[in-house]
Design a protein around this ligand. Structure first.
Ligand code: TYD
Length: 201
């Protein structure tokens, strides 16, 4: 038995976290065991790495390597075993985020990220990736009113623009895996799009 691997992506402030409880409930209603997790993080070691990644200043390649170190642990201890027993794994971010943030916004050579991706999860890709897409202004406005920003959330308009473009390019290059959701709509409308996608899984 093989489960399904579903990932959620989008800029900070795109609102993906809001939808997680609903997505879990929808999948459970279909009768699936759901494992909800996140990156960076998802394991005790991964959560310690997350704390460093979100709050310490470091070289962008160090950051990239730590993202993949946390991911290696996450796949070995959480994602792969869950999929093997037939569960549906819902991860708040995965490798697409490294392409968007570390390559798209911060300029790490894409070949280095591809090499790490091949090393860490050559045979594993999400079955479906939901990209919550909003204009940069909307994301920045939501963040400004929401909470204490972490390291990534303190970045400039230009940085967020690059992230959005990188995600949209990933979506265009992987059309069978990506579902792009216009998240700049009333919550009920976004919910409806999410429900439609989950119903077809
Ligand atoms: P996020 O998922 O937005 O969580 P929260 O909503 O709790 O703040 O925060 C994780 C941050 O880590 C986000 O700004 C994106 C960043 N990130 C990367 O830069 N690269 C990656 O590979 C991953 C997984 C996350």
């Amino acid at each position: 038995m093989i489960g399904k691997f579903i990932t959620l992506e989008g800029m900070d402030g795109a609102g993906k976290s809001t939808h997680i409880p609903n997505i879990i409930a929808l999948l459970q209603a279909q009768g699936h065991e759901v494992v909800s997790t996140r990156e960076p993080g998802g394991t005790p070691l991964g959560e310690r790495l997350r704390d460093l990644l979100l709050h310490e200043t470091m070289h962008v390649e160090t950051e990239t390597l730590l993202m993949f170190a946390a991911r290696r642990e996450h796949i070995a201890n959480v994602i792969a075993p869950a999929l093997a027993r037939g569960a549906y794994v819902l991860s708040d971010r995965f490798t697409d985020a490294t392409y968007a943030y570390q390559h798209g916004a911060k300029g790490v050579d894409i070949k280095k990220i591809e090499a790490l991706e091949n090393w860490v999860h050559e045979d594993l890709q999400p079955n479906v990736t939901l990209l919550f897409d909003v204009p940069v202004e909307v994301s920045m406005r939501r963040l400004a009113s929401a909470r204490q920003p972490d390291k990534f959330e303190r970045e400039s308009h230009e940085f967020f623009h690059k992230i959005r473009q990188a995600y949209l390019l990933r979506a265009a290059l992987n059309p069978s895996r990506y579902r792009v959701i216009d998240a700049n709509q009333p919550l009920e409308v976004v919910n409806k799009s999410v429900e439609t996608i989950i119903a077809t899984l």
